[in-house]
Design a protein around this ligand. Structure first.
Ligand code: G
Ligand code: G
Ligand code: MN
Length: 408
């Protein structure tokens, strides 16, 4: 087991001053150099944003007036907090367990949930069991790369950001039916930069429309050439929620697509579920307008946000893309399987086509096929590739398909 790193800050969140003082004292005795305290969620978030060394561990009470520990978990999720979390509460252990699973479901790193009062021995036991404990939190995505917005803008203007494509395969026919365009910046001054780093910068600095339109124009131009060669695949683009805040976005997009020689009705647009649920009213106008232009709409990364299918029923979507965390958690047992089964079943009843993302092997393919997924997108069938490689990939597919599936 790795030695514990006590050089990061620790934060204790509790509304009771006495608990704060005693817990902080215990942590100090355990060897933490810097112990911060917050008596509510807002203060906690400020401390996390401002403290150096970064907060690598948060101990939080579940029950607080106003915003409680569950709210804290939601806000951690929003900022992508990557440090460890230890929950404590006067609640019964069942409630604590459920809070723990909620935090895990949000992708947070929970190292334990204990009942109050917090015993020093119990705390030490948990901390020493976790070699991951007390590591620095990940910086907000993109910030670590420190991409200056002017550099990104110049790169977009110079066409350095290009679309790559990942095929979507129809499960029943085992044929490619679509391509998802994924932004790539292969030759920046610092080498290749991935979308996780530059998309947030583009969103923060008002460059996301410019980026999207540039990719759409390039991809649509390639698509027209492919169509002349008889390759007809629906092209999908990821659309930021920022773009959909603007009711004019659909019209501008349509003009750009036409200028590049394509038709907007041939496109599919993907909106990430977790972004979607934040503010439904404004984007709804843009989404409806897109639908009236016969664009196909997808909910991306389904299962990472907190919507349910009933909320989605009234939104104008055609397709649901199951997040790869569901698709890949194959042997996670009965409950995951049940959730998956009923999600797919309900989605289909609502008339949505279901795409399984992140299928990496034949076993996962078979599983999502049994579930009734309509399409698959994943490394098993194809990794994202450059536009130049697409025609060749298409022509090799029948051969490759035989090799992949064998006698299955
Ligand atoms: O290939 P992958 O690493 O390409 O993409 C990482 C993430 O970046 C995915 O969540 C994907 O949706 C997002 N992404 C990729 N290209 C674009 C794009 O052109 N626009 C937006 N908004 N997101 C993109
Ligand atoms: O837009 P979305 O968030 O769905 O972006 C798709 C992301 O998933 C891209 O980053 C793409 O490179 C990645 N991806 C596609 N197929 C697979 C796969 O089979 N396994 C893994 N790990 N990632 C995948
Ligand atoms: Mn996508």
């Amino acid at each position: 087991m790795e030695p514990m790193d006590f050089s990061n800050s620790v934060l204790v969140v509790d509304d009771e001053p006495f608990v704060l003082r005693t817990t902080a004292a215990v942590l100090g005795r355990l060897g933490f150099a810097q112990v911060e305290t917050a008596h509510n969620v807002d203060d906690a978030m400020e401390i996390i944003a401002a403290t150096i060394p970064p907060v690598g561990l948060v101990l939080s009470d579940l029950n607080m007036p106003d915003a409680d520990g569950l709210e804290l978990l939601r806000r951690f999720d929003e900022i992508n907090y990557r440090g460890d979390i230890l929950l404590f509460s006067g609640e019964d252990s069942q409630t604590l367990k459920m809070a723990e699973s909620l935090a895990r479901a949000r992708g947070l790193s929970v190292i334990g949930a204990i009942t109050k009062p917090v015993q020093p021995e119990r705390l030490l036991e948990i901390l020493s069991q976790h070699s991951r404990a007390v590591k620095p939190m990940r910086r907000p995505v993109g910030e670590g790369m420190a991409i200056p917005p002017v550099m990104l803008e110049t790169a977009i203007d110079n066409g350095e950001l290009i679309p790559w494509f990942q095929p979507k395969i129809d499960v029943a026919r085992r044929m490619p039916v679509g391509l998802e365009a994924l932004a790539r910046w292969p030759n920046s001054a610092q080498g290749p930069i991935f979308p996780d780093a530059f998309i947030p910068v583009a969103e923060r600095h008002g460059l996301i429309d410019k980026l999207t339109f540039s990719l759409v124009e390039q991809a649509v131009a390639m698509d027209s050439v492919w169509r002349q060669q008889g390759i007809e695949l629906r092209m999908a683009f990821n659309i930021s929620m920022n773009s959909l805040q603007n009711a004019k976005f659909p019209d501008i997009l349509e003009k750009r697509v036409m200028a590049a020689g394509g038709r907007i009705a041939q496109l599919q647009l993907e909106v990430t579920e977790s972004q979607l649920m934040k503010d439904l009213v404004r984007p709804l106008e843009a989404l409806l307008r897109l639908r009236m232009k016969k664009v196909k709409l997808s909910i991306d990364d389904f299962g990472t946000g907190h919507s349910n299918l009933r909320q989605l029923r009234d939104l104008p979507f055609d397709e649901l893309k199951l997040d790869r965390s569901y698709v890949q958690s194959g042997d996670n047992g009965e409950r995951t399987r049940l959730i998956l089964e009923s999600t797919v079943e309900m989605a289909k009843k609502l008339g949505l086509s279901v795409v399984a993302e992140g299928v990496e092997n034949l076993q996962e393919w078979q599983r999502v096929e049994r579930l009734g997924c309509d399409q698959v997108q994943g490394y098993f069938t194809a990794k994202p590739m450059s536009g130049e490689d697409i025609p060749k990939w298409i022509s090799c597919w029948p051969e490759r398909c035989k090799a992949l599936f064998g006698s299955y």
